[in-house]
Design a protein around this ligand. Structure first.
Ligand SMILES: C[S@@+](CC[C@H](N)C(=O)[O-])C[C@H]1O[C@@H](n2cnc3c(N)ncnc32)[C@H](O)[C@@H]1O
Length: 355
């Protein structure tokens, strides 16, 4: 059971299974820059990383979800409860909370790992048992209240769980940080969901409203078979689809996509355009440099591009490529990068030119 003397409090973040070393390196980098003497604890395939050794408030406030690339979700870690008696898992949770705090919502969940996913049914029934017990002690409001912290109970096995909390302005709005997007059967490729997710997760509602509008001009580098072009056309943008490969007839049937057989590393628009998106499979540094050229030359105001990361040290490569982009883009830009749920060995970057 959780032992306050051996406190496990700190920070907890979810990631894509297999990317724990990258998230651990990223979290350690940020903590190191802040001079926090913390260490990362994780297991490959577990889909989460704990950052331990500093008070959770300090960590939660100084490392925010929006600055993280490999984290899908981020919580303040309250405690770790092990060797639980399956006959009563409610009392240890109540004890661990120590009568402190008042929560506006309870979420009982699992990380997105092979080992923990089958515990989803248990998580649901445990939530039904815990909720009234928390309310009885005044630890949980009767009705959901987003202004108060949310309590998270995370099942790692039927005898092992983590307790954590989050605040409304520093957590993903989606359970486990995974947006549930419905695949549109008309989309020419599954990749279409990557761009849909990027627009949803990397842009604010105001940015979506102001930066994406009917009649805008876009270029899609590495466009075939046309999923991303199709998403842009769905938003009524005119698209130059650059690829030597064939485009799907469904994409071309939108009437808004012009297929141009050319090399995406050489093609450039004749005049500045609103959007450039790029999903070319190439070394990330080569892509980052070309993307920077687009901004340095003022060829586009906004971009969404992928950096493919087939190498081992993916955090280091990511940091290197984003530094490279920033140093070469020649203008003030807003950059947001994230490994999206639909990203496999890659991350997605949104860039908006500020001037
Ligand atoms: C992952 S696929 C793109 C999928 C596309 N985003 C979609 O939604 O359907 C990568 C594409 O990049 C193209 N590609 C790779 N290198 C390229 C280059 N130098 N110029 C143009 N296209 C390139 C390939 O032909 C391939 O069609």
């Amino acid at each position: 059971m959780g032992n306050p003397a051996l406190s496990t409090e700190g920070l907890l973040a979810y990631c894509r299974p297999g990317f724990e070393p990258d998230l651990a390196a990223e979290l350690s980098h940020h903590a190191g820059a802040l001079g926090l003497p913390v260490y990362a604890k994780t297991e490959r395939g577990s889909a989460f990383v704990m950052l331990l050794g500093a008070p959770r408030e300090t960590l939660a406030e100084s490392i925010r979800l929006e600055q993280l690339i490999f984290a899908r979700q981020k919580y303040a870690l309250i405690d770790e409860l092990t060797d639980l008696d399956i006959a009563d898992r409610v009392s240890p949770v109540i004890d661990a909370l120590g009568g402190k705090g008042r929560y506006g919502e309870l979420s009982v969940e699992t990380p997105d790992s092979d080992a923990a996913r089958p515990l989803a049914g248990l998580a649901k029934s445990f939530g039904n048992a815990l909720r009234p017990a928390l309310r009885k002690r005044g630890l949980l409001t009767d009705k959901p209240n987003a202004k108060l912290p949310q309590l998270h109970v995370i099942f790692l096995s039927n005898r092992h769980l983590l307790l954590a909390s989050s605040t409304e302005n520093d957590r993903s709005p989606w359970p486990m940080g995974i947006p549930r997007l419905k695949q549109d059967s008309r989309a020419p490729s599954r990749s279409a969901m990557k761009l849909d997710e990027a627009i949803l997760c990397l842009m604010t509602p105001a940015e979506r409203l102001n930066l994406i509008a009917a009649g805008m001009q876009a270029a899609d580098l590495g466009a075939a078979p046309g999923g991303w072009s199709w998403v842009l056309a769905k938003n009524q943008l005119h698209v130059s689809a650059i690829d030597n490969g064939p485009m799907s007839p469904d994409a071309l049937a939108t009437g808004l996509i012009e297929h141009i057989r050319a090399d995406g590393f050489h093609w450039q628009p004749q005049r500045p355009i609103d959007w450039m998106v790029c999903d070319m499979v190439e070394t990330p540094s080569k892509v980052a440099k070309r993307m920077a050229q687009w901004f340095a030359n003022g060829w586009c105001r906004n971009a969404i591009f992928n950096l493919k990361l087939p190498m081992k040290k993916r955090w280091e490569e990511t940091a290197l490529c984003l530094d490279l982009f920033q140093s070469q883009c020649g203008r003030p830009v807003l950059i947001r990068a994230r490994q999206l749920y639909h990203d496999r060995e890659e991350i997605t970057v949104f860039v908006h030119a500020l001037k």
